[in-house]
Design a protein around this ligand. Structure first.
Ligand code: B3K
Ligand code: ZN
Length: 882
């Protein structure tokens, strides 16, 4: 078969509409472990908007072509051509035609987990972004929308459950055989990336759901046999998501069934296939004994996210993959809002901003930085990034901040009205908000085009004589790969002026305007605002709620920050004030550590934390967040260059001990006060109590005192839920070498039959900040609990080591880099997506001190020079080194 040229860079500017459209797809899939037969009948017609007289060009990958027929007649060999990645029908009649293609595929040999594959024997599919071409030849692009009918056939014994998209039309046995079939029909036109099928031996739970207008939907969650008892929380989250979308966005479900299938082998979290979501079982299965509060929260968020795609992604999809944020950023925003409404809004915002900073800010300040809407890609799977998802969500949030609640909802309503059934673009999305509000969003659109985190410097001065307060604001847009010169952005600066008694002063601008909702709009490089009638010196509370995803600097003093930590009416900024004090302290302490000098005084931080811990009005979940210090990567990012991870770790560790000692009475009081009554419940209030107790336990143990460690051991041994048990185990693993091994062994013994819990055990060991960890991790790759073939195991052990163990991944001898590079190369031939993700751990290598930087570069070059790399890994390594 002719080879294709090297994969080309795909550019947004080259977009052309498809030459042929597909109206209907009839698939007949006869499942077989190694030789699944797929017969596809495609009703095609020339696209009036396409190029006249075009051949029919279909994508394909790893398919064995058996036959092609056009309008019922087999095609002569000269009428078509097959390459490894395409099937071209030359000179088709320029009118509607029916193309019938028969192919064979081998699901058991599919280790990429894209297309049709098997997970613990269950047949399942993953088609986004370009996996459908591994099932049959097809125009595999999101702007080709078709109505699908799928007949699935399998051995009854092997796959008693057969699921497809849409509603079940017919099912039965195949006469004279041991096989059976099911026919599913999905009336909603969809792109092929939303196609799915499942066949296997699965248990299920079902529940009815009544939509807002009274339509009955049968909800089903399918899991591996014996695990149905752990699917209840996911079902509950699904029902709450469906109700919320009706109430918050007027979005109602549109079919008779909605199914979720949980599988153990999955490259990502979950997938929003129309009416047949397929999930990594990690985000479905939960019980108090096996799942932490954080697991419950993730399950709730991801169930919601995939469900919300039904409207933002499925009913309105993307014109091309450059528009990925159109569905992902928007749907992340929607799931964040859902969780905020279900739980505590401030605590959810804090958690989201922590994630944004640790993942997206890090990406945006390194070689992999790219705009929310990229303009070119070599491998689209490498663009399912924190920038597209998390920053994409922030951009939608800013739209809401700028337009207000009602204006935002009007824009969303118009978007659903105008584009239902279409494959849309960011321009079309923004036009809905502009049109619904009479707003000009031209400059705002730069958020989709310019990469990098904007820096906002804000200087406030109070003038007693004129009773005015002046804010001088300057935005800076640091250069990022391919973008050296940038234009000023529209930045919503949400703020308050906090008076000495802690209440907000009125915001009257000197031009007579009143700032609506406390939001200033910064649109120039330099911008000044003057507030009048300010009788007392205020402390400005800036970027409230983290309304803009920027790096803010200001002339606030440490006492100002301590004041805000005590008094700000905006809970996010109360948290953020303490974090800023802690971050400044940790940067100074790291430098002192490197210089062999003594650590600075932690008194202001202790004061802010004490005030938080002793304020009875505060939610324990919030207090726990305030107590949790900036991470080692946060500190590294703040330092910016010549980073020494060992010094950072030492400074942070020492501070934890200092805080444990200084806050001992308050922490001990919180620990006893929040002792749970009753049985475990995963709700946000109960989880908040546990979070604060466990944060206290951790800080107290950081003092190293025997009594504190003994308390942790008791906590571990008497825990009746995974949250407490695993928190205690973490404290022991990180801070109590003498107790560590026995606790780890006891934990493994108890949970060795449960792969998802064993993942926690693997991940925890990979995080230990000690020189022996690399050997431990290498050893664990040979443990019976580990498998290089399962993405969850690889991410738990090696992903955690590279992304969450700063001192050991960045070992000064380079062995950490070597190990991860070796693993990437070993994984790449099997599962390129997983390998490329792992390689992402090198993204901040240029910020390291010279010795580590050199060692990291050596390993990256070794990867780059390896022949036969997948496009996935080749692309990441090339951009990381560029
Ligand atoms: N849309 C999928 C992600 C697909 C990733 C393909 N590499 C899950 C989600 O974002 O909902
Ligand atoms: Zn998504």
């Amino acid at each position: 078969m002719p080879r294709d040229a090297e994969p080309q860079t795909v550019r947004l500017s080259d977009y052309l509409p498809p030459d042929w459209l597909v109206d209907t797809v009839h698939l007949d899939v006869r499942l077989h472990p190694t030789a699944t037969r797929v017969i596809a009948r495609l009703a095609l017609r020339p696209n009036p908007a396409g190029r006249e007289g075009s051949p029919i060009v279909l994508d394909g990958d790893d398919l064995m072509l058996k036959s092609v027929a056009l309008d019922g007649r087999p095609l002569a060999g000269t009428a078509y051509a097959e390459t490894r990645s395409s099937l071209t029908i030359f000179a088709p009649p320029q009118r509607p035609v029916v193309l019938e293609i028969e192919t064979l595929i081998d699901p058991s040999a599919n280790t990429k987990l894209m297309g049709l594959y098997r997970s613990s024997g269950t047949y399942c599919t993953q088609c986004e972004a370009e996996g459908f071409r591994r099932i049959t030849y097809f125009p595999d692009r999101p702007d080709v929308l078709a109505v699908y009918t799928t007949r699935i056939e399998a051995e009854q014994a092997e796959a008693p459950v057969l699921l497809g998209n849409g509603n079940l039309q017919e099912s039965g046995t195949v006469e004279g055989t041991t096989r059976h079939y099911a026919i599913w029909h999905d009336p909603w036109p969809k792109p092929c990336y939303l196609f799915a099928l499942v066949g296997g031996k699965l248990d299920r739970i079902t529940e009815p759901y009544l939509t807002a207008t009274g339509k009955k939907v049968e909800l089903g969650i399918y899991v591996e046999p014996g695990k149905a008892g752990r699917a209840g929380y996911a079902m509950d989250a699904l029902k709450r998501s469906m109700r919320w979308d009706e109430e918050a966005f007027g979005c109602e479900y549109d079919l008779d069934v909605f199914n979720i299938v949980a599988v153990a082998d999955f490259n990502m979290g979950a997938m929003e296939n129309k009416s047949l979501n397929i999930f990594n079982d990690k985000y479905v299965l939960a019980s108090p004994e096996t799942a932490t509060d954080a697991d419950y929260a993730h399950i709730e968020g991801i169930i919601a996210h995939e469900y919300f795609h039904n409207w933002t992604g499925n009913r309105i999809t993307c014109r091309d993959w450059f528009q990925l944020c159109l569905k992902e950023g928007l749907t992340v925003f929607r799931d964040q809002e859902f969780s905020s409404d279900q739980r505590s809004r401030p605590v959810k915002r804090i958690a989201d901003v922590r994630l944004l900073k640790s993942h997206q800010f890090a990406e945006d300040s390194g070689p992999l930085a790219h705009p929310v809407r990229p303009t070119a890609y070599r491998e689209i799977n490498n663009f399912y990034t924190a920038t597209v998802y998390e920053k994409g969500a922030e951009v939608v949030r800013m739209l809401k901040t700028l337009l207000g609640e009602e204006g935002f909802r009007a824009g969303m309503d118009l978007y659903f009205d105008r584009h239902d059934g279409q494959a849309a673009t960011i321009e079309q999305f923004l036009a809905c908000f502009a049109d619904a509000n009479g707003a000009d969003l031209t400059q705002f659109a730069l958020w989709y085009a310019q990469s990098g985190t904007p820096e906002l410097d804000v200087r406030g001065t109070w003038d007693e004589a004129t009773r005015s307060f002046r804010l001088d604001v300057e935005q800076k847009l640091p250069p990022t790969p391919g973008q050296s010169d940038k234009q000023p952005m529209v930045i919503p600066l949400a703020l308050g002026l906090v008076g000495p008694d802690g209440t907000d002063l009125p915001l009257n601008l000197d031009d007579g305007s009143n700032t609506e909702r406390g939001v200033l709009v910064v649109s120039q490089r330099k911008h000044s605002f003057v507030f009048r009638d300010v009788d007392v010196r205020p402390v400005p509370s800036l970027n409230r709620g983290f309304a803009a995803p920027v790096k803010l600097t200001s002339n606030l003093s440490t006492p100002d920050l301590v004041f805000l930590a005590r008094h700000d009416s905006d809970p996010f900024n109360r948290f953020d004030a303490t974090q800023s004090i802690a971050l400044a302290y940790l940067v100074a302490a790291t430098r002192a550590q490197q210089a062999g000098a003594s650590a600075p005084s932690a008194a202001p931080l202790v004061e802010a934390l004490e005030a938080t811990l002793t304020d009875p009005s505060l939610d324990p979940a919030f207090v726990a967040q305030v107590l949790s210090l900036p991470s080692e990567t946060d500190i590294a990012r703040e330092i910016g260059r010549d980073v020494d991870p060992d010094a950072i770790h030492a400074a942070r560790r020492a501070l934890r001990g200092t805080l444990g000692e200084a806050l001992r009475p308050e922490l001990e009081t919180a620990y006893s006060r929040l002792r749970p009554a009753g049985v475990y419940a995963p709700d946000a209030t109960s989880a908040g109590g546990r979070a604060l107790r466990n944060a206290g336990l951790d800080l107290l143990a950081a003092t190293g005192s025997g009594a504190d460690i003994a308390r942790v051991v008791t906590h571990f041994e008497t825990a009746d839920n995974m949250t407490d048990r695993f928190s205690a185990l973490s404290v022991l693993a990180h801070g109590a070498p003498a107790e560590r091994e026995a606790a780890l062994a006891a934990f493994y013994e108890r949970f060795k039959g449960d792969p998802l819990v064993v993942d926690k055990w693997l991940a925890l060991q990979a995080q230990i900040a000690e020189p022996g960890t690399l050997e431990r991790v290498r050893g664990l790759t040979g443990h019976t609990a580990f498998a290089m073939t399962n993405p969850n195991r690889v991410r738990a052990l090696i992903g955690t080591f590279s992304a969450a163990n700063q001192t050991q991944f960045h070992r000064a001898d380079g062995d950490g880099y070597r190990f991860v590079a070796d693993t990437v190369l070993a994984l790449d031939p099997r599962n390129p997506q997983l390998a490329a993700r792992l390689l992402g751990a090198f993204k901040s290598w240029r910020a390291l001190e010279i010795r580590r930087r050199t060692l990291a570069e050596t390993e990256l070059r070794r990867v780059a020079e390896t022949s036969g790399l997948s496009p996935d890994v080749a692309d990441i390594v090339a951009r990381t080194l560029a």
